[in-house]
Structure formats: structure tokens, C-alpha cells
Design a protein around this ligand. Structure first.
Ligand SMILES: [Cu+2]
Length: 150
């Protein structure tokens, strides 16, 4: 007695689910393909624009450590638009010592040996920031500069 209603219930439920899923799937495919085109066209455009602009907004700034072994970067000033900023520091193989790139208060790339590249990606608002080499003593010796975010 209990099995029958249960089975019937299960069949009924699965039938329902199938019917629901089937009809809503095909229904929404048909309906919302049409309405999608009209409705989510702006949304899709916005998403596409956001994706494009977010990747376009990643400002990559390249700099390098002094190839002659001095405790300085080859640039003391950098500037970028507000948003996602990627700093790429090349540590020339002739530098003879480890270096890294960091922005005070906004993270640090990893310390890399000569021949390596230290990368830091962060999101910055407008303002003035100090980029440094976080290896102890390097910034104090002059391995730093100013990053202006506009
Ligand atoms: Cu350094």
C-alpha cells in the first residue's frame, strides 16, 4: 500500500520535474532567446564593456633594477590611471643581488634573484604612492620612487 503511493509520488514528482525542467528550459530558450536579444543586449554589452575595460584598465608599468648593481631603479617616477595596476620589475642578471617591487602599504612582489622578474598587481585610487624595493636596506639606500595615480 505504501509502495504504490510512494512510487506514484516519485513518478509524479519526477514527471513534474521533467515536465518543469523541460518546459521551462525549452520555454526559456525560446522566450528568452528572443527577450534575451532585446533585454540582455544592454547587459551583455555592459558585461563585454566591463570585461574589455577591466582588461584595458590594467596598466602595466615596467621598470628594472640598476644593471650595474646600484641600489636604484631605472625610473624614479611612474604614473598610471586609477584602477588595476601591474608593476613588472626586471632584475637584470648583472645586478648581482636580489630585488623586488613593492608599493608601500599596497603589497609586494616576491624577491627575485638576478635574472628574475618581480611582479605586483594591485588596485589603486588616485593619489601618490611610493614604490620601493622591499629587500632590507635597499629603499633606504635610494631604491624607491614615486607612483602617481591619476
Ligand atoms: Cu633591491
Amino acid at each position: 500500500m505504501t509502495r504504490l503511493p510512494l512510487a506514484a509520488l516519485l513518478i509524479g514528482v519526477s514527471g513534474f520535474v521533467a515536465a518543469c525542467g523541460g518546459s521551462s528550459a525549452s520555454g526559456s530558450t525560446t522566450t528568452s532567446t528572443g527577450s534575451n536579444a532585446a533585454y540582455s543586449a544592454p547587459a551583455a554589452t555592459a558585461t563585454a564593456a566591463a570585461a574589455t575595460s577591466s582588461s584595458a584598465h590594467v596598466t602595466t608599468l615596467k621598470l628594472s633594477a640598476d644593471p650595474g648593481g646600484a641600489l636604484r631603479f631605472n625610473k624614479s617616477r611612474l604614473s598610471a590611471k586609477a584602477g588595476k595596476i601591474k608593476l613588472v620589475l626586471t632584475n637584470p642578471s648583472s645586478s648581482g643581488m636580489p630585488h623586488a617591487i613593492a608599493i608601500q602599504g599596497h603589497g609586494s612582489g616576491k624577491v627575485v634573484q638576478p635574472g628574475g622578474t618581480s611582479t605586483l598587481t594591485t588596485t589603486l585610487k588616485r593619489g601618490t604612492y611610493t614604490f620601493i624595493c622591499p629587500v632590507p636596506g635597499h629603499a633606504a639606500a635610494g631604491m624607491k620612487g614615486t607612483l602617481t595615480v591619476r
